[in-house]
Design a binder for this molecule. Structure first.
Ligand code: S3P
Length: 172
């Protein structure tokens, strides 16, 4: 595990690629503490991401997200599951790369759309159809690619299989 010795392990990727579940399982395997940025923001704000967007707007959420990234990047040995928009801010990426090893969980757009169908918890998807999701997905792909140290596909894989693959990559 020399790739992540003394570092945070950071999962990035589009909505619906399985970051939270993989993060939870990975943290168990590696005996590390897991932090999910969305969950922690919800806890601190005392409301869901959807309500934060509704009440204060997206820029407010992005501000909380950036503060949290700074706070977590000052720690070591965490598994961090991030929100899909973390890469929109170049400073977030720089800070995370300084303290961590970034794994991009990627999935084919068709599978992402299937996984996200009917989701009501993600404000950016409200009122969006499959082609809107595909457009956002295409815009984001280069950002994840540029931010990550390594890419792991989650298409047609169980969370356990994904975690097995991440652990293999880390051991290389
Ligand atoms: C977002 C992704 C969400 C959440 C928010 C915005 C995005 O997290 O942070 O709804 O901009 O991609 P998940 O990737 O965990 O769904």
């Amino acid at each position: 595990m020399r790739r992540i010795a003394g570092k945070n392990l950071v999962l990035i990727g589009f909505m619906g690629t399985g970051k939270t579940e993989a993060g939870r399982l990975l943290a168990g395997e590696l005996n590390r503490r897991m932090v999910d940025t969305d969950q922690l923001i919800e806890q601190r704000e005392g409301m869901s991401i959807g309500d934060i967007f509704k009440k204060y707007g997206e820029p407010y959420f992005r501000g909380r997200e950036q503060e949290l990234i700074c706070e977590l990047a000052a720690q070591r040995g965490l598994v961090i599951a991030t929100g899909g928009g973390i890469v929109l801010n170049g400073e977030n990426v720089r800070i995370l790369r300084d303290s961590g090893y970034l794994v991009w969980l990627d999935a084919e757009v068709g599978e992402v759309a299937t996984r996200l169908a009917g989701d009501t918890t993600r404000p950016l998807l409200a009122g969006q159809d499959e082609s809107d999701i595909a457009e956002l997905y295409e815009q984001r792909q280069p950002l994840y690619g540029a931010a990550a140290h390594v890419r792991v596909s989650t298409t047609r894989k169980t969370p356990l299989a994904v975690v097995g693959e991440i652990i293999r990559v880390l051991a290389e």
